[in-house]
Design a binder for this molecule. Structure first.
Ligand code: RRO
Length: 326
């Protein structure tokens, strides 16, 4: 079966690639993704300046491996690193036998001004010929202490989209969205995004489920030290929320806006479920974190086998094909 797809017009040799976050902070880590079966390479969310993130311990994995949490607080090397020609070259050189995969940059500015400055710098690099295929604007980080999740604040979200829209950037823009736990909220978010369908080529659902807490019975304290132990929940525990968000975004958004699915994917079967719900591609975050970049080879192989067994000849044949009862 043909695993190729496209996201916002960006062609992908495989519909499976990495989520922003774990193992995406350096060209060494990004090179390993490039060398794998992943269909694209997506960087860690960048801020204007490099920063260390929140104090340790800031991550946790459940003993049964069904849930993980992080309060990383955006540790990253700063936007200039991720759009630097050496970083991009080193990464893309690792792609198998002379191929080049899409190199995607994630940004998560602390202010609208910071996001605009980063977008300006990206536009400049692209005009100079850097092979940056697109930008994922993260409106969903749950771990900036004292700051709300932007895409839960619809006035702020409109303001950001309107301001960016006025800049008339030419590159492909995607939005990383938080999980909406009420379908009415999801509809409101989708309506805003539909108003900016010339700006937004795709959305990525979902970021971690914010405001989670894991407690250590032995020490009787939170496992995570930052932000009073509050963190973003990920892994298999969030898969059902992610599927619901992907499905409803696909139903609510204009057809020219693609949906990328992410949340608890750790097998070819998981990837298939997201395709059925309307994802054009899927990202792997927590599983990549725990298993390393060989997860992309394994998941792609499993997805191939499943599609072959089911008689699908391509990913395109199953996108959005979830059957209804009535
Ligand atoms: O770095 C983080 O704490 C982080 C980010 Br920017 C995000 O978007 N989602 C997440 O779970 N952690």
């Amino acid at each position: 079966a043909d695993l190729s797809s496209s996201v916002g017009g960006i062609p992908l040799v495989s519909c499976v690639y990495n989520a922003s976050g774990p193992r995406t902070g350096s060209s060494a880590a990004l090179s390993k993704i490039a060398a794998s079966s992943a269909g694209a390479i997506l960087t860690k969310s960048a801020t204007l300046e490099a920063q260390n993130g929140n104090p340790q311990p800031r991550t946790w994995h459940a003993e049964d491996n069904k849930a993980s949490m992080n309060s990383e607080g955006l540790p990253n090397s700063g936007i200039d690193y991720y759009i630097d020609s050496t970083t991009i070259q080193e990464t893309l050189e690792a792609c198998p036998n002379g191929t080049k995969k899409p190199y995607l940059v994630s940004i998560s500015g602390k202010t609208l001004q910071d996001n605009l400055e980063m977008l300006d710098r990206i536009a400049k690099k692209i005009s100079e010929g850097e092979p940056i295929a697109g930008v994922e604007l993260n409106l969903a980080c749950p771990n900036v202490i004292g700051k709300p999740i932007i895409a839960y604040d619809f006035d702020q979200m409109k303001d950001i989209l309107s301001t960016i829209s006025n800049k008339k950037y030419k590159f492909i823009l995607g939005l990383k969205l938080p999980p909406y736990l009420d379908s009415k909220h999801l509809q409101q978010a989708a309506a805003i995004i539909n108003d900016y369908s010339t700006l937004v080529s795709y959305v990525v659902c979902i970021n971690t489920i914010g405001n989670a807490l894991s407690v250590d019975e032995v020490s009787e304290s939170p496992f995570i030290s930052s932000n009073n132990g509050l963190a973003g929940l990920s892994g298999p525990a969030v898969k059902y929320t992610a599927l619901a968000n992907v499905r409803q975004m696909r139903q609510q958004l204009k057809s020219e806006i693609d949906v990328v699915g992410v949340g608890g994917i750790e097998s070819g079967t998981d990837a298939f479920l997201f395709l059925l719900c309307g994802a054009s591609a899927v990202q792997v975050g927590t599983c990549h974190w725990k298993e390393g970049p060989q997860c992309f080879d394994r998941i792609c192989t499993e997805l191939q086998q499943l599609l072959n067994e089911k008689g699908y000849t391509s990913v395109q044949d199953c996108i959005g094909k979830l059957k209804s009862w009535s």
